[in-house]
Design a protein around this ligand. Structure first.
Ligand SMILES: [Zn+2]
Length: 483
């Protein structure tokens, strides 16, 4: 960094007197930005260097920009629910600077060509940087071999379906093939781990739910437990890297922790809504918190909080999956599962940490969030040489966060296209006051910056680490010719 220490011209931006959340602890200081990157981090004893723009941050924490590795921005085909202009504004207002979008659009993201078309559709409309999780259907398994790190380093598998997710892998032989091909190709699977066979069997006896308060019973934990058990067996067999999404129950958390303990390359995510709500809230909130997987009970919720604080959970994903208010107002069997959440992710979980773990310091709570919301998603999906921590040389993706702010969440704060939030009426603790993407302010607390988000390139994390057993990943191989 010698080149930068003697920086000849003023820096583009300097943030002064922040409590800087670095991978090596929280330290008071200044952070200088040049050419979109973090150029210098200085201790507070030193004089801040000259810069074209100075943000005074006394009393605020400076965090790495959040990488939300689980959003549904609904492009193409479902843009009445959400689009990148609105979704990325909601992201910026929530301190998110990078999103990884899910493939269950219309059409679904099942070919490399569609990934390039999708990036073209988004370009110029997104405030935040982006990547994609690729999709797979029973007919496109071999297409996984065509993936380059440019297109995706991960493939989403649906083991059950719902309104916007028709491409379910039902056949155990096909599912095994997906795990085998992913292991051979060096691709991480991200999984909606609920077993469709379990739900189909239950539906034959009890039918579809007539009321929201029956929803959890008709989409119970047994679906998740069976699916997670199958995943563990397949990872054991093929050595596939697997990241289980939106884990909702204590039993799944126990199984995944045990699998990790014996050295299997399995990680998992939970969501702010599974940490924030319980099935009892369904009586009050109805379809707003009809989700897939369902919201479970307070024991499950406590297990997930303990897993988060105890380091078992690798990532928090918002599962931002908006629908219109009209769609959510339909009778119980037809209301689609999902809620907007990219904006609430950081604040909702910080609020929960402050209330449930009042003896944990603000510094420690934010250090934990920097790990699960930035560092780990960057590492799992190949972005850690560009993003994920406040480290000199990485992209200047920054969030100024006021941990003392107390504010009432209401629909008028919600920037998602359909302007509603399951957290309406919540008193939140903590608030992102400024969000900066590659040195550019994209949210200043009242207005948004330019839509300069780009489709990021990545490295393949499985090409250099976690050598899969028993198969060796062959991530650097040439793409196979199209069948
Ligand atoms: Zn999702």
């Amino acid at each position: 960094m010698d080149r930068l220490t003697t920086h000849p011209t003023p820096y583009d931006l300097v943030v002064t007197d922040a409590r800087i959340v670095t991978p090596h602890g929280v330290r008071p200081g200044h952070l200088a930005v040049a050419d979109g990157r973090i150029a210098r981090i200085l201790p507070s004893g030193e004089t801040p260097p000259p810069a074209r723009r100075t943000l005074r941050a006394r009393g605020l924490h400076l965090l790495p920009g959040v990488i939300d590795s689980h959003v549904h921005f609904r492009t193409p085909g479902l843009t009445h629910k959400e689009d990148w202009a609105h979704g990325s504004r909601a992201a910026a207002a929530g301190g998110v600077t990078t999103v990884i979008d899910m493939p269950n659009t219309r059409p679904a993201l099942h070919t490399v060509e569609r990934a390039h078309q999708k990036a073209e559709l988004i370009e110029g409309t997104s405030l935040v940087d982006f990547r994609f999780h690729f999709g797979v259907s029973p007919h496109t398994v071999e297409t996984i071999r065509d993936l380059s790190p440019r297109v995706a380093t991960s493939v989403k598998v649906f083991m059950t379906g719902h309104h916007t997710a028709p491409d379910v892998i039902h056949d155990p032989k096909v599912l095994a093939r997906v795990f085998a091909v992913a292991a051979e190709t060096g691709i991480r699977l991200v999984l909606h781990a609920e077993d469709d066979g379990v739900f189909a069997l239950l539906d034959r006896r009890q039918g579809t739910p007539r009321h929201y308060d029956q929803y959890e019973r008709t989409r119970p934990r047994s679906g998740g437990i069976v699916a997670v058990t199958k995943i563990i067996e397949l990872v054991r067999r093929y050595g596939t890297a697997a990241h289980v999404l939106h884990v909702s129950s204590a039993e799944e958390a126990d199984l995944l922790a045990a699998a990790r303990h014996i050295g299997l390359p399995i990680t998992y995510e939970t969501t702010p809504h599974h940490l924030s709500f319980t099935a009892a809230d369904t009586h009050r909130l109805g379809a707003r918190i009809r989700l897939s997987p369902a919201i479970r009970h307070s024991d499950d919720q406590q297990r997930l909080w303990d897993a988060l604080v105890g380091g078992e959970i690798s990532t928090l994903g918002s599962d931002h999956a908006p629908h219109t208010i009209e769609e959510k107002s339909r009778p119980a069997p037809d209301a689609p599962p999902g809620l907007p959440g990219v904006q609430e992710l950081l604040t909702a979980v910080f609020t929960g940490l402050r209330r449930r773990f009042p003896h944990t310091s603000v510094d420690d709570s934010l250090t934990l969030l920097a790990r699960v919301c930035s560092a780990e998603p960057a590492r799992l999906f190949g972005l850690d040489q560009q993003k994920g921590s406040l480290t000199e040389g990485l992209d200047a993706d920054l969030v100024l966060f006021d941990p003392e702010a107390t504010w009432l969440m209401s629909a008028r704060h919600a920037h998602t296209k359909n302007h509603w939030s399951a957290y309406e009426g919540w008193t939140f603790t903590g608030r992102p006051t400024t969000t900066i993407r590659r040195g550019e302010i994209i949210w200043d607390g009242t207005s948004f910056g330019p839509a300069g988000g780009v489709w990021l390139d990545a490295r393949n994390p499985l090409a250099t680490e976690e050598p899969a057993t028993p198969h060796h990943p062959r991530a650097t191989r040439e793409p196979a010719p199209a069948p």
